[in-house]
Design a protein around this ligand. Structure first.
Ligand code: 1GP
Length: 230
């Protein structure tokens, strides 16, 4: 089974957005540790299946980050399940999770699932608005969320999400201070290899999303920047 504890870099592809075959091939063959399929809105089963089939032509591990129950399908290597710890709506913390387990718990292969403890910090991003995230947090708050996720809830991944904006490295560092075992993912606004290297100094895994669709060549350079740092 694929071990995300060894990863340093992942690309996140949005099933609601178009990507040319040549760009998809470049992403899958880039040397990245995995491709995550995930998005906030417009995520349909059709879009997820299409992207999964296209990524499956390559050997890179392929992960579904679950965003709604309708678009979950077998066939991925791993399933990441976000729980938004700083959401004000319990639906995003444990509500959808309860519904999913009630319906599918008996047939799920639990070895394929990993919980992601999400903290969303960019108040402008779609995910923050959708989940009503409380984004006005201090470094102490972030560290406490990280400790809570790992020590109290035993969650294997802590994900600091700035989607669409390059975040504050001090916040990433604060999260790291609260963690011993859980893997720290950072995602948001990484467009250059310098930005990738900077966040990879604190985070275990950096996630590159939007820039795939904006400047593919620069996005591809982020892989090497992080792998060299290792
Ligand atoms: C989004 O964390 C990822 O969920 C990556 O963010 O799209 O800003 O690169 P960007």
């Amino acid at each position: 089974m694929y071990d995300f504890r060894e990863w340093r870099h992942v690309f996140k592809l949005d099933p609601a957005r178009e990507i040319a075959d040549s760009d998809l091939e470049a992403i899958c063959e880039s040397g990245t540790d995995a491709v995550i399929v995930g998005g906030t809105d417009g995520v349909t089963l059709e879009g997820v299946l299409d992207l999964m089939a296209r990524v499956r032509r390559f050997t890179v591990p392929c992960v579904l980050e679950v965003s709604n129950l309708e678009s979950v399908t077998p066939g991925f290597d791993l399933y990441f399940v976000p729980s938004i710890l700083n959401s004000k709506d319990p639906k995003w913390i444990n509500g959808l999770h309860f519904e999913a387990v009630k319906e599918y718990g008996d047939i799920m292969d639990w070895d394929e699932f990993a919980m992601e403890a999400y903290v969303i910090l960019n108040e402008e991003c779609k995910a923050a608005k959708l989940t009503q995230a409380e984004t006005r947090l201090s470094e102490e708050d972030i560290k406490a969320y990280a400790m809570m996720a790992e020590k109290m809830f035993g969650m294997p991944i802590f994900y600091l999400e700035y989607s669409g904006a390059f975040g504050n490295p001090e916040m990433v560092s604060a999260a790291k201070k609260g963690l011993e075992k859980a893997v720290l993912f950072y995602g948001g606004g990484i467009k250059t290899k310098e930005q990738a290297a900077e966040m990879a100094r604190h985070a275990d895994v950096i996630v590159v999303g939007n820039s795939i669709y904006e400047d593919i060549d620069k996005a591809l350079e982020t892989v090497k920047a992080v792998k060299v740092e290792k």
